[in-house]
Design a protein around this ligand. Sequence first.
Ligand code: ADP
Length: 659
Amino acid sequence: MSARSPTPVVAMAAPVPAPTPAATRHIDTLFVANRGEIAARIRRTCDRLGIRAVVPGERGHPAIDLLDPGAAVRAALGVGADAVHPGFGFLSENPIFAERVVEAGLTWVGPPATAIRAMGDKGAARRLAASLDIPVVPGYDGPDQSDAALATAASTIGLPLLVKPAAGGGGKGMRVVRDAADLPAAVASARREAAGAFGDDRIILERYLAGPRHVEVQVLFDAHGHRVHLGERDCSVQRRHQKILEETPSPAVGPDLRRRLGDSALALAAAVDYVGAGTCEFLVDDDRWYFLEMNTRLQVEHPVTEMATGRDLVADQLRIASGLPLDFGQAEVDDLLALGIHAVEVRLYAEDADLGFLPATGRVEAIRWPVDPDGRVRVDTGIEPGSVVDERFDPMLAKIVAAGTDRRAAIDRLAAALDEIVVLGLTTNLRFLRWLVRQPVVVEGEVRIDTLERVWPPPAGPDDAKATQERTTDPPDDAWGVAARLLAATTTDARPSPEPGSAPERVPEVWAGGWRLNGSARLRIAAEGGSSRTVTVPDPTMPTARWAVLAADGVAHVDVDGLSVAFDLAPAPDVDRALRTAADRHEGGSEEVTAPMPGAVLAVHVGAGDAVLVGEALVTLEAMKMEHVVTATRPAVVREVLVRAADQVRRGQLLIVLE
Ligand code: ADP
């Protein structure tokens, strides 16, 4: 990205002191106490540096419970590792784990346990910031956790306010209170969730700011007293306080604010004797800014900083952990940042944006990632064809990052990269991301943390209505044709039968364009979601514009503008069903209620013969610890209930028949 060669950090004042050999610890084998995308990311740097990376559950190494510090330390010792990298999530901000690693004689690739502990408490971190004259959101972080103390504090702070677990992370347990009467219930439920998630039920209160931006600063501290900040990341594109798109630099930060935020981040980290990579998060309003919290680990969105600065933050972490000094300084970073390289990242999730971002599961049947020979597009991922995304899998499938000489160039490049991506076999948010990066408010850099919930879902115009229609009921004609071509290869009884004597061809992976089939068979095909059609298998010489793959289980997965839609041969119509359908038509019809997502049936709320009203709960499903209630869309009588509590259901599986 830049041709500048890094020079030592203190070169301006004095040569970098040579590290004493005793203080440096060589890393030959790194144990990565993580999995998926971030494990692959860390391995990439290790490969480049000639370090052996061991990831549990990969390449013959046994999987471990990634939440169990003892198991991770034992596994690291068992493979002869000399260092442990925790990645993010799991044990990455667990001070006990950091201590255990060090006690076992291993090098901990992370900040000291004392710093993790100091910043792991949002209340203590706020008090520390205030003591350094760094602004914090008006709020309450006191030790008195009684209901009375909180109520008094709330009346001083004013409404709306935010109830936050002091030990929080990942947006868990946060509750917005807009009416004073709701405070006790919000506090109680935040405490419950915090106790369950973090084993600590203390909470803090903060004024709930109206639509600020989320801006965070990346810092690096070595053990020799050298410290740099690498500029900021803007993570204002959020849904339910979870980041979706991140970029650097922030469209809202100029040189002056960058310096103030950078200085604050450095002062905060220095105050806890920080060593390693970390991030200080801030909320930025039009004319004010506030410290939010510090994350004492590598963050999901670190690649945008790497793309813009040309640094490898994992390599920097390893260098710092080995006891070596940073080999560059703030002056070099400032020069790099002055180049104004822009980088944008989006997170590809296994989730259904059209169904309230419900988690989706499935097997990855085929993937196509964008390629940019000049390295301006980067894909960080842990999935490959054959990966199974289930309830236990992190729903983040990949991060797609693009860089450009200015913001517009980076966003355009990201949009083009997203257009090239194909993931078949499960539902992803790809179509949503393509929509997102073209939203005027995103393109213009005007997004605030509450913007997304106002622009998504888009108001139903004629085009949107069509898209939703396609999505939920009926894919476009040519997608049916592509599916028919693939499915024809799995059947011998296609009517009329294929060329006499030609063996049915089973195609393990067919990308659009690659098939051979003769004859114009007609197939009865069902699409995921319930609709079915009789389709004439298109002329195989006819070109098609869709990506598709035939999975080993005989299901055809076809890309429909960023959505993977599954097609299967429809079961031969049976006489009973045909009669019943005819009778239904006569009587005004029945309605088949299907599962909108894969998951477990938590509860069935109705029985055969029950009358239900519009909006009445029929079945509660659970996936990824999120509950989803399937409701009646019209007044009806339950004819048949096909599932029971604790059943596992597939997406599209019939749950209930109404009449
Ligand atoms: P967590 O550690 O659980 O991720 P944070 O404190 O980092 O929680 O906040 C996550 C997100 O919640 C922020 O990016 C922002 O969108 C929102 N948020 C947090 N505090 C406030 C606040 N006081 N006012 C408005 N939004 C807030």
